[in-house]
Design a protein around this ligand. Sequence first.
Ligand SMILES: Cc1cc2nc3c(=O)[nH]c(=O)nc-3n(C[C@H](O)[C@H](O)[C@H](O)COP(=O)(O)O)c2cc1C
Length: 282
Amino acid sequence: MIRFERPVTELIRVRRSWRSFVEDPVPADEKDRIQAFISGLDASPFGSRVRFAVVEADRSRGKRPQGTYGVVTGASTFLVGILTPAEKGFEDFGYLFEATVLFITSLGLGTCWMGGTFDRSLFSGMTRLAGGEFVPAISPIGIPSEKRSLVDTAFIMTAGSRRRKTWEDIFFQDAFGNRLEKASAGPYGQSLEMVRLAPSASNKQPWRVVQKDGRFHFYLTRALGYRRFFSQADLQRIDMGIAMFHFAQSAREAGLAGTWEDFDPKISALPPRTEYVISWAT
Ligand SMILES: Cc1cc2nc3c(=O)[nH]c(=O)nc-3n(C[C@H](O)[C@H](O)[C@H](O)COP(=O)(O)O)c2cc1C
């Protein structure tokens, strides 16, 4: 089991996307701790091969590192995630990358998931990919700047990054359309709240959960017209993996014994653009 030095619920609440950093490098001992965390990561839930590299981007031409189209300022260290494509590979990728993002958060450092605004071939070149591997996302790692750059602030405003859908928008009892009362989720109320607070590409929040007969069924409701628009990676399935990590890790830290299970309840009348992904059996 993945262990953090602070409760994951706290790390989820404090994490924010950071795109502006002070120019000081990440201290070497913190980089070592990140490397140690990565080496000790659990297997991914669906068994896909995911690995990580910590690289230094060229910042010789000023505050903005090469390869992020001017979106990142100050940082030069990056976490690069590498996936060997597989059936539920993007979910696995989201799961383990988010675990690492939250570990980096626990060190007091800033991160930002980037699945679109980076030069994929440049970062791939820094990591010596084996045949078939590819880089779905990266994140800067750095000391957050007290003052966010204009580009950073613009991103927050356009994505509406502070907003989250409400409990009624995304959590249901037995079928879509029936709201799930917090009390009915029992001890899993906290894990669902951690799903709700998860980061997602363009803050689209595509996850939906239906509680039924002792299981929590996870569905992906794709944002209209979003599919593979920004990236070669399926960012909304990555979002799903992030939500799965928040749910499972907070449940395990709360001492709840549950597991992932492929158990499609075949609920009829799914909302448009909605597909079943996986269930958590309590
Ligand atoms: C899979 C994924 C891909 C993302 N890609 C980018 C990106 O390419 N560039 C960027 O600036 N932010 C990116 N973001 C950050 C989101 O915009 C951000 O998480 C969301 O607006 C919520 O804000 P928060 O992270 O501060 O809670 C991405 C987030 C996720 C989860």
